[in-house]
Design a protein around this ligand. Structure first.
Ligand SMILES: [Ca+2]
Ligand SMILES: [Ca+2]
Ligand SMILES: [Ca+2]
Length: 343
């Protein structure tokens, strides 16, 4: 605020002068008993009565008038919002199918409030393949990669108004001898069409692979497949595919059609080819990865009887005509088991 006008008036008689000084000539013209000093910038903010006793009186305006004429200092500005501080962690190298452990760090001044919180996102800036983050919203998380090469990943933090980001370079090397793989189970039924899943990483979507089952080093089954995505292969197998493969345990391997390293299960686990009805083996526990033993015998009958009239998916091996026995262990399953009772 500033003084727009200082008005001195005789009582009930407006009489104004320019701010801030009253011309001296006016003071000597006449004497008034009382003056009112007003300071205003559109509205009166101060109003005080003064008395002039003689022509020579010098009226000193009181501090409330003078202070009211001072510019009012502006309110202190609100604290300025600082952008979040982001560190995406050190550059690193991993080997397929290994995951990169992303160790980010984010801090902020808590402004603006609301929201008073920072949200973060991991994203891929560059790189030859797909990146999957375990939790892209977490500061610390893991990332897996569909192909080898150099990737730049970015951690972005936003406080609701300002964003910051930092990049980290990940060098992804191809696995020695190819990527290790794992299977969704360790058996195939020779008398049932099914889809067998192979999990790994770095599978090319443009290059076919050959899946082989070998016994004693001799190939008994092979099929050419194209990966579903960089991490998954789905192999559809029908009884006719497996017609030439006898019941038993097989080594499974994967190789590009163009050649290159043979990929095997890293723990050397074998696939059991067996028939519906082979549910169990003597002494098997739920912790066994492979309950089946390739033989259909009294252990399997025992297993089926303990599950009789239940919906056990393992023992429900025969849906019966028109599917009337699907989802239930009953006489149709017993018939199937007995029909395969030759092993
Ligand atoms: Ca902030
Ligand atoms: Ca068995
Ligand atoms: Ca059934």
């Amino acid at each position: 605020m500033k003084i727009d006008q200082l008005i001195l008036t005789r009582e009930n008689t407006p009489f104004s002068f320019e701010h801030p000084f009253m011309p001296a000539s006016m003071w000597n013209d006449r004497k008034y008993s009382y003056f009112y000093a007003r300071v205003y910038d559109g509205v009166v903010t101060t109003h005080r009565r003064y008395e002039q006793r003689a022509y020579s009186d010098v009226i000193e305006l009181g501090p409330e008038v003078l202070l009211a004429g001072q510019p009012i200092p502006p309110p202190p500005p609100p604290p300025a919002n600082e952008a979040p501080s982001v560190n995406a962690g050190p550059d690193q190298s991993v080997t397929l199918p290994g995951a990169a452990n992303l160790d980010g760090a984010v801090s902020d001044d808590g402004l603006p409030n609301p929201p008073g919180a920072v949200t973060t996102t991991w994203s891929k800036v560059s790189g030859p393949g797909t990146v999957i983050f375990a939790n892209a919203s977490a500061v610390d998380t893991t990332a897996i990669f569909s192909a080898d090469g150099t990737y730049v990943l970015r951690l972005t933090a936003t406080d609701g108004a300002l964003s910051s980001s930092d990049d980290v370079a990940i060098t992804v090397g191809s696995g020695v001898g190819g990527s290790p793989i794992s299977f969704d189970r360790l058996h195939l039924f020779a008398d049932k069409s099914d889809t067998f899943k192979i999990m790994g990483s770095g599978f090319s979507l443009t290059e076919d692979l050959i899946f082989r089952l070998k016994s004693g080093g001799i190939e008994k089954f092979s099929k050419t497949i194209r990966p579903k995505d960089a991490f998954t292969i789905e192999l559809s197998v029908s009884p006719s595919d497996l017609a030439s493969a006898p019941i038993g345990f097989y080594d499974a391997e994967l190789q590009k059609v163009s050649g290159g390293p043979v990929i095997v299960h890293p723990e050397g686990k074998q696939i059991l080819l067996t028939k519906l009805g082979d549910l169990w083996k003597r002494g098997a526990s739920d912790l066994d990865e492979q309950k089946r033993d390739g033989k259909i015998d009294t252990d399997d009958v025992s297993r089926m009887l303990t599950q009789w009239n239940t919906a056990d998916p393992e023992a429900d091996i025969n849906p019966g005509p028109s599917g009337i026995s699907a989802g239930k262990v009953d006489i149709f399953d017993a018939n199937k088991l007995m029909a395969n009772w030759t092993l």
